[in-house]
Design a protein around this ligand. Sequence first.
Ligand SMILES: Nc1ncnc2c1ncn2[C@@H]1O[C@H](COP(=O)(O)OP(=O)(O)O)[C@@H](O)[C@H]1O
Ligand SMILES: O=P(O)(O)OC[C@H]1O[C@](O)(COP(=O)(O)O)[C@@H](O)[C@@H]1O
Length: 303
Amino acid sequence: MIYTCTLNPSVDYIVHVDELRVGELNRAVKTLTFPGGKGINVSRVLKRLGVESTALGFIGGFTGSFIIEQLQNENIACDFVEVPGNTRINVKLKSGTETEINGQGPVIEPKYEEALIKKMQALTENDVVVLAGSVPSSSSPDIYEQIIEEAKKRKAKVVVDTSGPALKQLLARKPFLAKPNHKELAELFETSLHSKDEIIVYGRRLVELGVENVIVSMAGNGAFYFNKEMALFAEAPKGTVKNSVGAGDSMVAGFLAAYTSGKSVEEAFAYSVASGSATAFSEDLCTKDCVEQLVHEVNIMSF
Ligand SMILES: Nc1ncnc2c1ncn2[C@@H]1O[C@H](COP(=O)(O)OP(=O)(O)O)[C@@H](O)[C@H]1O
Ligand SMILES: O=P(O)(O)OC[C@H]1O[C@](O)(COP(=O)(O)O)[C@@H](O)[C@@H]1O
């Protein structure tokens, strides 16, 4: 079984305005509301690609109820720890460019963290746990480490898609897969990355640190894949971007869906890129049909 763990889920509120005027009244031309948070997006895309998962994490209030209802409508298994307070609302403002304001999320008391960590005791070596998204500001800074400790003890595979100090901590525990975007990779090594050659240097460094599979995404500029034996590059398919929120999460889901069904690393990487782009070209997350059309446009180059 694949478990996704979202410590700080969100209701993603997408607001389209023709031309954003800061400091003035703006009227939306379209609004959309989706269950969000990185692990939840991974679970939703896995389902669309025909792979079951269980969504774990903290959830609360009316916004939390909305998320659970939406996931249940999509027949996605949920095993959240309910906390007091409302799950956050993340505002994604579309007006030519994309501006995001992510909320803080509810306060998580230690007893709720313990309840979540306890759920990890059920993991086995046949399981994959996806640790995705930011750590709520009120949580123990080492909560991801405590979770990975439980997962590793039980030989479950760990997938990491987060940023900042949490990403640094998790990489030290040699996860099965990490998918930073190029900005997160630069932040990790406290540098700035301007060229593909520089991204290759730091992407390979993650493999040297012990990450088994590394994907570095670069939005419309495609993505790199690295493991101990190979380095691959894929251009992103061309298309009209409708909403790139969740594109990175879709890459993680695409890779896992293909890899866990026995596909090669090259095929899984191509499926991952197609899933990311299929989401970028959709209002909501990708559909399987769209991924399977785009995968034929993804050329993998080995170098
Ligand atoms: N403008 C775009 N055109 C085509 N594909 C895109 C575009 N933006 C994102 N993608 C796809 O989604 C993947 C992840 O996007 P990226 O923005 O790098 O991730 P994240 O959401 O984690 O920041 C890319 O590798 C690509 O396949
Ligand atoms: O936990 P964070 O880092 O605040 O990110 C949460 C946001 O990331 C998302 O999961 C989208 O992530 P990506 O665009 O990186 O795939 C949104 O659904 C959510 O609003």
